[in-house]
Design a protein around this ligand. Structure first.
Ligand code: NI
Ligand code: MN
Length: 225
């Protein structure tokens, strides 16, 4: 299984069987993305919430690739109304798809559909895939229930926002990691715009003081999980 980072909160997971799972595809309007929407293909698109820097190019990719979009209910209804395939879920619920299991959990943040018509919930996504558990936190502030997530699941890879202003900054993100105790921490949601400038090296040092591993992915880098 491979994990590719496009920058911001956007990742692509490619399974051993070739299935592709795209997360928060903010590509064409993203000044740091090494690829555009038309360069990417995916059978599944996972969305943490409806903000433009996460929803991004979802509709164009989903329509071109006939992708199934998996996300919180209000956003899924919007996607279906726009003519793409969507599977609605909500916080606390899990569902087994043919590629693996998805569980949505809370994120301390907001969400709105791209047409600004419907307010929904921002989420984090736990992905149970092959023999790994991957937790993409979406956009979130720090909250104590992350300790419960750490107790319930042995997270292998944690994607954690560190850019501050809209999400946790480095200090709160490191505290979140101490609650969850993942096998490997991957920082995200930084340096896309001036207002979320952060040094991932500073974050990595803080995480390593907690005796946790972290890996800084370059924009466009792909690793084996
Ligand atoms: Ni957001
Ligand atoms: Mn965001």
């Amino acid at each position: 299984m491979k994990l590719k980072y496009f920058s911001h909160s956007s990742f692509l997971i490619t399974l051993d069987n070739g299935a592709r799972i795209l997360i928060d595809p903010f590509l064409d309007g993203n000044p740091t993305s090494p690829v555009g929407a038309s360069d990417v293909e995916a059978e599944y698109i996972l969305l943490t919430h409806g903000h433009g820097d996460h929803f991004g190019d979802t509709l164009s990719i989903a329509k071109r690739c006939d992708s199934l979009c998996i996300c919180e209910n209000e956003l899924a209804s919007y996607i279906a109304a726009k003519g793409a395939k969507a599977h609605p879920m909500h916080i606390g619920g899990a569902y087994s798809f043919d590629f693996g299991k998805i569980k949505l959990i809370q994120a301390l943040h907001s969400s709105v559909t791209p047409d600004k018509e419907c307010i929904g919930s921002a989420t984090g996504i736990i992905i149970f895939i092959q023999d790994k558990i991957i937790y993409h936190m979406g956009d979130t502030g720090l909250f104590l229930d992350l300790k419960l997530i750490g107790e319930l699941y042995s997270i292998d890879y944690l994607m954690v926002p560190i850019g501050d202003n809209f999400t946790m900054g480095i200090d709160d993100a490191a505290r979140a990691c101490s609650y969850i105790k993942p096998g490997c921490v991957i920082p995200m949601h930084y340096n896309t715009f001036d207002v979320i400038k952060a040094n991932p090296g500073d974050f990595k040092k803080k995480v390593e003081k907690l005796d946790l591993n972290s890996q800084i992915l370059q924009f466009g880098q792909e690793i084996n999980l």
